[in-house]
Design a protein around this ligand. Structure first.
Ligand SMILES: [Zn+2]
Length: 242
């Protein structure tokens, strides 16, 4: 009985935290992506000209600098906010790009992938979300193909949380476990892919995919109960660098 009560309280608490903006949105129907901008004045950017995700194609050759990854392992927590399953990062992990340090805040998943590469959709995509000291965002995106199981996901999703639940991770996980060994990437300017769709986000999409097992991808899709990918947005005047 206590356990049930605890679960209900957790559910209420987490809903209050995760829907801070208080506006309900979904991936389909009346509150779906086509209507996000109409749901709240705060979601106006969802109709912007620099939105994510996109189909990455028509690349412009560029001398892209190496991203310096400074990721640390540590035990953290995993939560399901009804829109994705997210692992909150342990403080101390960061990347450096453009001479700026961006601290890793969290990483989460979409199935199928949100971005497309040359028109290709992947069964799953991870987003590693970073912020600099001024709150500017940089997202590293990693595509998953179906294959060998991923060890990081094995730890993160050992006890997959249902919607509204948050729990501590039992074993230490390093964000490097969901990075490809070769970290060449595509770059474009975009936005958050969920409301409020804020723009000015540096998107760094890894060229190389990594694998997750069929079971892992299905486990995620199953707990979400629906696809959680926003459709691709117009590229407009933006260059996609490679
Ligand atoms: Zn995302």
């Amino acid at each position: 009985m206590f356990k049930l009560l605890f679960a209900v309280v957790m559910l209420l608490l987490s809903n209050a935290v995760f829907s801070a903006e208080g506006v309900h949105w979904e991936y389909s129907g009346e509150a779906g992506p086509d209507n996000w901008a109409k749901l709240s004045p705060e979601f106006g950017a969802c109709n912007g000209k620099n939105q994510s995700p996109i189909n990455l194609a028509g690349f412009i050759e560029a001398e892209l600098e190496h991203i310096t990854f400074n990721y640390k392992a540590g035990t953290s927590e995993v939560l399901n906010n009804g829109h994705t399953v997210q692992i909150n990062a342990v403080p101390g992990s960061s990347i450096s790009i453009d001479g700026i340090q961006f601290d890793l805040k969290q990483f989460h998943f979409h199935a199928p992938s949100e971005n497309l590469i040359n028109g290709k959709s992947y069964p799953m995509e991870a987003h590693l979300v970073h912020a600099d000291k001024d709150g500017n965002l940089a997202v590293v995106a990693v595509m998953f193909s179906e294959g060998e199981k991923n060890r990081g996901l094995e730890k993160a999703w050992g006890q997959m949380p249902e919607a509204g639940m948050k729990q501590a991770l039992a074993s230490s996980i390093s964000p490097t476990e969901i990075l490809p060994p070769h970290r060449n990437y595509y770059r474009f300017n975009g936005s958050l892919t969920t409301p409020p769709c804020s723009e000015g986000v540096r998107w760094l999409v890894m060229k190389h995919s990594i694998t997750a097992s069929k079971e892992q991808i299905e486990k995620f899709a199953h707990v979400m109960h629906h696809p959680n990918n926003r459709p691709v947005q117009q590229v407009n005047a933006r260059p996609v660098l490679k």
